[in-house]
Design a protein around this ligand. Structure first.
Ligand code: ZN
Length: 286
């Protein structure tokens, strides 16, 4: 049986990217389209059946083209005041990412990632002019020099370190709820391979040297613009200790300990949760 993917990578909706450069099609699609609204805190409205998508109706065209729904309707995203609906409530990806239907989880992270990029990249990095939003929200174009700028995604590695047996290495940041530990993670630096980033980050954060770096899976994490690339790696040396300022503790935990509820794990929407539980399940069989 294929192992289910991380919560936010369960399904890909149809992005219909070839439509982005067709303003006439986009205008017509808007008229019969659906809108996903996220607010400044990047919350969306969620009901029993998933995300609340509202008809675009006679609103003036505004928003980013996410893609096509299962029924062929165009889905757009916009930042604004959240719509109200009976039995629905504002929620964050962290709260509901693992509970949403697969399509909705994909739509929501795409909407948030785009909203975050537009909010922080209004100007041309070449000349400083304000740029125009084109191609359904997937490009910002500079009116002064004609340069195009695309949404950025920052790769970060996240790694479950194990000892080849029953133990895995987890750390905690001071800002987390008491008792919570998670896998080690960090951004990939320019000029660095993913495998090198894994080895470097683990050693920087824990003092542990790893080898046997194996890729497990990825998921978007738009806070603000990360793509988390999940790995497992085996400890082969070094000496345990927090090596930088990010973590206040790092420690080995046995699988029995983890199954008994200690420590607290990160939320189910995170790829860290998926890495840890996936490792636990497989070692249980072996
Ligand atoms: Zn420019």
């Amino acid at each position: 049986m294929t192992e289910p993917g991380p919560a936010l990578s369960r399904a890909a909706f149809d992005r219909a990217a070839h439509r982005r450069k067709d303003p006439e099609w986009l205008a017509a699609a808007w008229a019969g389209g659906k809108l996903l609204v996220v607010d400044e805190e990047r919350r969306a409205v969620v009901g029993d059946d998933g995300l609340l998508l509202v008809p675009t109706g006679d609103r003036p065209p505004a928003g980013y083209f996410l893609g096509l729904d299962d029924d062929g309707a165009a889905v757009f995203a916009a930042v604004g005041e959240l719509p109200r609906a009976l039995g629905a409530r504002p929620a964050t990806v962290r709260d509901v990412g693992a509970l949403l239907p697969a399509r909705d989880a994909g739509l929501l992270v795409a909407a948030i990632a785009l909203a975050n990029w537009h909010a922080t990249h209004p100007r041309c990095p070449r000349c400083g002019d304000l740029t125009d939003v084109v191609d359904g929200g997937w490009v910002r174009r500079c009116p002064a020099d004609g340069s195009d700028h695309f949404p950025r995604t920052d790769p970060a590695v996240i790694v479950l370190v194990h000892d080849g047996g029953d133990r895995c290495l987890l750390g905690r940041q001071p800002s987390w709820p008491p008792g919570r530990y998670s896998t080690l993670a960090g951004f990939v630096e320019p000029g660095e391979s993913l495998e090198h980033a894994v080895v470097r980050e683990v050693e920087e954060e824990s003092g542990v040297v790893v080898d046997d770096v194996v890729y497990r899976g990825s998921q978007p994490w738009p806070f603000p613009a990360s793509l988390m690339l999940g790995f497992e790696a085996r400890a082969v040396g070094g000496s345990l200790g927090t090596g930088d300022d990010e973590l206040e503790d790092v420690a080995w935990f046995g699988r029995d300990e983890l199954r008994s509820g200690r420590p607290l794990l990160p939320p189910p929407a995170s790829i860290a949760h998926w890495l840890i539980t996936g490792w636990l399940d497989r070692t249980a069989v072996g």
